[in-house]
Design a protein around this ligand. Sequence first.
Ligand code: FCB
Length: 467
Amino acid sequence: MTALDARPATTTLRFPTGFRWGTATAAYQIEGAASEDGRTPSIWDTFSRTPGKVRNGDTGDVAADHYHRMSEDIGLMRRLGVTDYRFSIAWPRVQPTGRGPAVQKGLDFYRRLVDELLEAGIRPVATLYHWDLPQELEDAGGWPERDTAYRFGEYAAIMAEALGDRVATWTTLNEPWCAAFLGYGNGEHAPGRTSALASLRAAHHFNLAHGLAVGQLRGTAPAAEISLTLNLHAVRPRSNAPEDLDAARRIDAVGNRVFLDPVFHGRLPEDLIHDTAPVTDWSFVLDGDLDITAAPIDSLGINYYSPTVVAAASPSPSPSSSPWAGAEGHVSFLPAPGPRTAMNWPVDAEGLYELLVRLRDDLPGVPLLITENGAAYDDYADPSGAVKDPERVEYLHAHLTAVHRALADGADVRGYFLWSLLDNFEWAYGYSKRFGIVHVDFATQRRTLKDSARWYADIIARGGLPA
Ligand code: FCB
């Protein structure tokens, strides 16, 4: 089938030839089949079963049942005309306990996925870790323990061996900031621990795990593009007052440079070490680690949803467990003005532009991919069966316009992956938030293209945006 395009009259903002137009998903959020074919629980299976952690007690047991509907979902993408698909591999599906040999049935699922994508002319972009750590590794200490990084290196070797000849782009980690600081700092995400020290140890071990995986992938799949996805914070100080600038610096250190510096410069940010001195001495960083973390990569993935506005702390005490180690007591977070999505996240495309031009300047020569961008709204199928989501179209239009402007100003952006292909399990929000451009009726698993999906197909067919 051809892409759903109503041929355009005028395309005013044209993207470069070869620009990658994708959609993104993650294993735990869509696959379901949580205990099939040898898969064992991940930290998200455990967390979602812990009362009070996930809205409505939702779990990923069934999710969008993608494990059984994978071909149908690839068919949808083919209709949309996407060039690339970013998915993640569930570690506990291919190496159930996080140790030892791989399970063939788990590998076979991803082999089929990749083969069917290639047959559909869609480039596979595989993320090795989108937050679903095998529970057994958490029981052994999880990401605050160094050994987890080495386990991840082994798992990367398994996947490189299985799919290295067919996956175009490998992303080692998705948003290690969330995994470290929400998972181990404030406990909003699995595994739900609340320790500033544990979150900083986890952050370092994520960097180490990333570097170890790069080594494995490079050795086995030398032709593949190797990448890392960060949810960089577009940090804005409230004013140029020195105290507000210092608040922004602290958040930039623990939100951005905690990963950027080890990965791209082989060093830890000095100011972060200083800011976090009350909670850690960083002695868990061993000689040689920063050479491993800095293994060269081919591109950087950026997930962007909204900016972070900060000011010097007001006298009110900050919450005791915060994901902002070293910033507590010093920083206040302010609501950004303007419209909000159903997540109550501000809609602010300028933040994406700011990030892209910053990376143009800070990381010259590093190609950039927007590996996630999108919005949740309270979508529903109307009596005629249509799903009208004009706010999402507006959100996407504004953000793609910002990407285009950054390109025109010299940012080397190679592609855009819309989050998400399907409505799915939105972590602590369960199924209450819909990010898909394809509506999923979770009772029947029926998929319906939202208006935004038709709009995106048109953008892809045009290779750009209408006025
Ligand atoms: C990102 C996650 C992704 C999704 C979006 C809304 O932080 O990477 O899985 O939940 O947010």
